[in-house]
Every structure is written in C-alpha cells, then in structure tokens.
Design a protein. Structure first.
Length: 281
C-alpha cells in the first residue's frame, strides 16, 4: 500500500518477551522525531513483567498483539508480519526491542529499498549501545566451507571504513526492512529454527529467488546485544547458535561442502567457547 505522500505504508514490528524496560526505551526512540507513514506493532510473547499494560499506557497508538505464549523470534515476528500484510503494508521492518534508533533511519532504509524492485531487504549499520563508536554489524558474510557466519566490521571502530552501501549475504534480524513483494514471493521466517539463523535462512531463500539483500550505512541503530538470551556470551546463546547454524548449513551446503564444514564448524565454535571460558567471560 502506498500512502497519500507516495511513500509505502511501513509497519515496524517489535517482539517483546519480558523486556518491558527495553521495549519502552526502543519505542521512545521511535517517536522522537515522529515517523511519517509508519505504524508500530508490538508482539508480546506471553510476558509476565507487566509489559503490555506499561506499553499500552505510554504508547496508546501502538498496536499490541498478545501471542499468549513464547513464540520466539520467528513465530513472534511472523505473527506481526501477517498482521501487517493484512493491513496493507508496503514495507515491513523487523526491529529488536533491545535497540534504540537514530533519526532518519527509516527514510534511509526505505529509499534504498525503493531504489530497485529486485532489492528484497535492507539492513542498517548497527553499533553497540554501550559504545556507539564500535560496530556490531556492517554486512554479513557466509562461508559454506567453514560452516560459519560472521558480521562484517564486528568490533571495529565506526570511522568511515564501513560507510559504503552494497549487497550483503545476509541481513541481521536485529533490524531489517523487507518489501511486501519479497515476503509474498519468499514466505515468512522459518519457525523450525529454535533460535538464531532465521534471518540468514530467509535471506538465503530470498537471494535464491532473485532478490538482493543490501546494507545501507546511512541508517544507524544501537543494539544492546543478546539481552533476551542472557548476554552476549551466555551458554544459552552459544549452544542455540551452534545448533541453529548447523541446521542452516546442513540445509544449504552442497555435497562437496559436507566433508569439510561440519568439522570446521565444530572447531570454530569449540575454540570460541574455550576462549571465553578461559577468559572467564
């Protein structure tokens, strides 16, 4: 759907699970300054911390969809995506609730998405919330040989080296703007992933369907990193990320990758876990 101004109607979807304070802070950043042609939907995954009444009281214009249980990342976002598609969305944004946004990020992402009909998704530059001069995501790279995914620019200084827009292999589900056409052609997020890799899976399907995934550094947000997973280096995160990554590569690797990638994947993740344990992180 296109609005009177000519811009696509954009729905921003936040999934909340007992993240009241983070969600309120994120919503605060979204309303200052007001965003034109944007509707915000919060999908609550069965929170018990008072999130729903708190959001309803402070942000009466926000639509709240109550899932009643924890549908996790993919299920919660899919609930929001279906709602948005059913209400005429032209663009749909997935945005983690543990982020705050910087002015102009929606318009920069939207302009890039509208620049070509073969662009299916656009991702912003993402920096650490605690250190906005340090990059968390400036594009994504996938290696079928090592069975690993990595963020371009991870923990690098935001000093201008990552300010060029261009195609990327996957967009982080922390924040990505999707076109309606791509969603209708590719489908929703795959809910069979317990946690992690849903974003890379969707991007892989989109690229195989002929859509481009683009990184747009003019849009910038700040991310608190893995709040719902217990922290950036929690055992819960490391375990689930390993399982989901293995599922992803088992699904998309060619036959000639199989003699190599399972062992490389195990070695890379094992070394990372050992390093974190030894450093008591």
């Amino acid at each position: 759907m296109t609005t009177v101004s000519g811009d696509p109607l954009t729905f921003i979807i936040l999934v909340n699970w007992n993240g009241k304070d983070d969600s309120l802070e994120c919503l605060d950043s979204l309303r200052d300054p007001p965003l034109p042609n944007v509707r915000i939907v919060v999908v609550d995954n069965g929170s018990t911390d008072g999130s729903v009444p708190a959001i309803r009281e402070r942000f009466p214009g926000v639509t709240i969809l109550q899932a009643g249980r924890n549908l996790r990342f993919a299920g919660g976002n899919n609930l929001g995506i279906r709602h948005a598609l059913g209400h005429g969305a032209g663009h749909i944004m997935l945005l983690n609730n543990d982020t705050t946004v910087e002015p102009g990020f929606v318009s920069a992402l939207s302009a890039r998405l509208q620049s070509s009909p073969v662009i299916g998704a656009v991702a912003p530059k993402i920096v650490y919330h605690t250190d906005p001069h340090q990059i968390w995501y400036a594009g994504g790279a996938v290696s079928m040989w090592t069975g690993t995914m990595r963020h371009v620019g991870l923990r690098e200084k935001d000093d201008g080296r990552f300010d060029t827009a261009g195609d990327t292999e996957y967009a982080s589900g922390c924040c990505l703007l999707l076109s309606r056409a791509a969603l209708e052609a590719v489908g929703l997020l795959d809910e069979s992933y317990h946690m992690y890799a849903e974003d890379a899976d969707w991007c892989m399907r989109a690229r195989r369907a002929g859509f481009r995934i683009v990184y747009e550094p003019r849009a910038r947000i700040r991310h608190k990193v893995s709040v719902s997973a217990g922290g950036h280096l929690s055992h819960f995160k490391l375990r689930n990320k390993f399982i989901s990554n293995f599922r992803f590569f088992a699904r998309y690797a060619s036959w000639y990758h199989w003699p190599v990638f399972p062992w490389m994947n195990l070695a890379v993740n094992g070394l990372a876990a050992a390093r974190y344990l030894l450093s008591r992180r």
